[in-house]
Design a protein around this ligand. Structure first.
Ligand code: ATP
Length: 231
């Protein structure tokens, strides 16, 4: 396992939000976190990167305990979160956005990013603020790759995007995963989740309440209905 969360508890002030999160992710897997709004999915990713530090439980990454180390040190180890609101620099060009986050020893070079995201190559000299929502998302993912992550965590990467762009990003995430990249994904679009993921965890009220392989999940209407209300 590359990432393991064991009985993780997290708080916002006095609010006990994460009440027992247990998750394993193997190297090279695509794993999703599913659950209704407010279930604790984003907070789980924030606990992994130390923004909402786990106050109980343990988070292990590549066999080392990262529960109590600062966020920048967790990032240095290769844990990368692409947040829901993308955080790209609107006044910088696409290429500047990509190169400014590049790590010198990164396996990902500009050409690799442009191979996966040809639209970014076309738009390389455009300002980040002039990109469509889909292009901004591609840039956020490209920027994350330039930091040489070992696990890429994405918070609702296709939310609000047109279906044709969603298909494009799904195909790009498959290419990225095919390079061996581990992906942990929050996504409300179940079709996207089931196209991409090997396994799914369902979170409800800050607890992992169900875990299934993609095949088990696809065939389990009762689970979808009970936890996600989609049938
Ligand atoms: P969503 O899809 O709505 O983002 P989620 O499963 O990602 O859902 P979280 O964002 O992790 O849910 O939120 C879990 C709970 O924590 C919710 O009840 C939310 O209101 C609360 N919460 C989130 N952020 C904060 C914050 N900064 N301060 C206090 N409470 C928060």
């Amino acid at each position: 396992m590359i990432l393991t969360l064991t009985d993780v508890h997290g708080f916002y002030g006095k609010s006990h939000i994460l009440q027992s999160i247990n998750i394993n992710v193997a190297a090279g897997e695509v794993v999703t976190l599913l659950g209704r709004n407010g279930a604790g999915k984003t907070t789980t990713l924030k606990s992994i990167v130390g923004v909402v530090p786990a106050q109980r439980g343990k988070i292990m990454f590549e066999g080392e305990d990262i529960t109590c180390i600062p966020t920048h040190k967790i990032a240095e180890r290769g844990v990368c979160l692409v947040p829901e609101h993308r955080g790209i620099f609107k006044l910088l060009t696409v290429e500047e956005n990509l190169t400014m986050s590049a790590k010198r020893d990164s396996a990902w070079k500009l050409d690799d990013i442009y191979r996966i995201f040809p639209r970014l190559k076309e738009r390389r000299n455009n300002g980040g603020g002039h990109l469509s929502g889909g292009e901004q998302q591609m840039l956020a993912i490209g920027r994350a790759l330039m930091t040489h992550p070992k696990i890429l965590m994405l918070d609702e990467p296709v939310e609000g995007l047109a279906p044709v762009i969603v298909d494009e990003i799904v195909a790009q995430l498959k290419l990225i995963n095919a390079t061996g990249m581990t992906i942990l994904l929050i996504e409300q679009n179940l079709e996207v989740c089931t196209q991409l993921a090997d396994r799914h965890y369902i979170i409800e009220q800050g607890r992992v309440v169900h875990c299934a392989s993609n095949q088990e999940f696809l065939n389990d209407d009762a689970v979808k209905d009970r936890y996600l209300g989609v049938n």
